[in-house]
Structures are given as C-alpha cells and as structure tokens.
Design a binder for this molecule. Structure first.
Ligand SMILES: [Zn+2]
Length: 262
C-alpha cells in the first residue's frame, strides 16, 4: 500500500506511533502505512512543537509523564521574542512561563520575566494566560488531524485512504492550503486529576464519533481538556457542538481576515 499521507511507495522501515510515544503510547502503532519520511516530518515539525507549546505541554508536566530517559517533565511555553513566519505567533497577553515537575510530586512555574514576578508578588495578577495564536492553532490542528486519520487506519486502512479525508491529510502533512486553519472544538470536563506516584492514571483518552451519518469527529482528551476535529469537514460547523449537548463546547478558530496580511 502507498503512504497514507504522501502516497509514496515507502520506504516503511520504522513504526509510526499514532499518539506520540512520549505521551506513553506503545500499543497504538502503524507499521506499513506511514512512510519513514512522513514519520520523520511529523515528529520533527509537528509533535515536537505541540508537546512543548500547547496545553498538551502543561498536561505532560501536571500528569508527570516522564521523558524517554525517565526524567521529570519540564516545558518552556515562552513565545518567540519577535513575530516570525506567516502566521501570528506572538500575542501581548500571553504569559511567558514554563512548568516543571519535581520528585516530591510538586509542579513549579518558571517565570522568566521580572515584570511578571512583580505582578504576581503584588497580587496584581493571580492567573496565567496562555494564548492560542493562529500559529498554535495551525500546528495543533495538524497534530489532531494526523492522529485522527491514523486512528481510522488502525481499524481500516482502506477507509483511511478515502478521498473525503484528502483535505485533512494534506493539511496535516503539508500545511495546505496555505494559511488555512482547521477549527478545533474544545470542552472541559471532570475535575483536575489527582496525581500520586504509586497510582497509574490515564494520561490521555480518545474516540472517533460519526455525526449525522457524515461528519467524522476525532476527540482527544488530556486532564480536563477535550479537543475535537472533524477530519472530513474543515468548516467551523455548529453540528459538532451539538454532538456533546451536556458540555459547553466552544470553537477555537480565526477567520483568515483576522490574521492575513498582519
Ligand atoms: Zn509519506
């Protein structure tokens, strides 16, 4: 079979982890569906960013998911100092902080900004703000589309290759169409999980739901966060919100006019 993303004939010598191995996944894998070059691209260009700069980074630390070398997790969620690239990736309200887990079970916040430290100490500020810039939304959307398509492939390699997924496939692998953003739906549920050394906790959850016999919606959850992408529809479709009527589902998306040309 040809590669799920680039349609090349391989080579297929390495194993593709549908959900990153560094989140603890060693069972959900594909062996002959994603070529070495696509795997390498996803690891370097998408997963690395998502694991460091999105809410997944926070949960990795909070849930104490150890690194491959069994170290305590720590993340640096600072934005770049200056705008670079096509999509906005710097926002004035974003707090440039990091998180680190420690052996005693605590999580500390790293603050790199004297102003921020002063505001916290004076009580002027009591919450940290993390902004989903268009660039974060772009990369996170690609990450979720990639996992959704691969999850389908674990069940049916033919279904995962159907043309209704072409758009999500190209978006995940090539970031096309240029400057496009894939809407992500989000809801919170449950309580903040208690994390103790001696208990095993679920680090992530996922599901695939079909809506109205047409929309294929992939859900990925970590901690209290749940994110949804519709892998065969790229519009901010309100039917998706109706899928979870008991939750307050919001849509994270920017219309192109809000960021193009800035
Ligand atoms: Zn490929």
């Amino acid at each position: 079979m040809k590669c799920l993303f680039c349609e090349s004939d391989g080579p297929f010598t390495t194993v593709e982890h549908v959900i990153p191995e560094s989140l603890g996944n060693d069972v959900l894998v594909l062996t002959n569906d994603v070529c070495d070059s696509c795997q390498n691209y996803f690891g370097k260009e998408i997963e690395k960013f998502v694991l460091e700069k999105t809410p997944i980074a926070f949960w990795r630390v909070y849930l104490r998911i150890r690194t491959k070398t069994a170290q305590n997790p720590h993340v640096d969620m600072r934005q770049p100092k200056q705008q670079k690239g096509v999509l906005p990736n710097v926002h004035v309200l974003h707090d440039n902080i990091g998180f680190a887990a420690h052996d005693d079970g605590s999580v500390s916040v790293d603050m790199h900004d004297d102003d921020l430290v002063r505001q916290i100490l004076s009580g002027e500020k009591s919450q940290f703000v993390q902004v989903f810039t268009p660039n974060v939304l772009f990369q996170f959307g690609r990450f979720l589309c990639k996992i959704g398509i691969e999850l389908l492939c674990t069940e049916s390699p033919n279904r995962a290759r159907e043309p209704d997924l072409n758009k999500a496939r190209r978006f995940a692998r090539f970031g096309e169409p240029f400057r496009h953003l894939w809407p992500i739906f989000h809801f919170n549920n449950g309580k903040m999980p208690k994390v103790a050394e001696e208990t095993e906790i679920e680090c992530y959850s996922y599901s695939m739901v079909e809506v109205s016999g047409h929309y294929l919606v992939f859900r990925f959850g970590m901690g209290t966060d749940n994110w949804l992408v519709c892998v065969n529809d790229a519009s901010p479709n309100l039917d998706i919100q109706a899928l979870f009527p008991s939750e307050s589902v919001n849509c994270i998306w920017y219309h192109e006019s809000e960021y193009a040309g800035k």
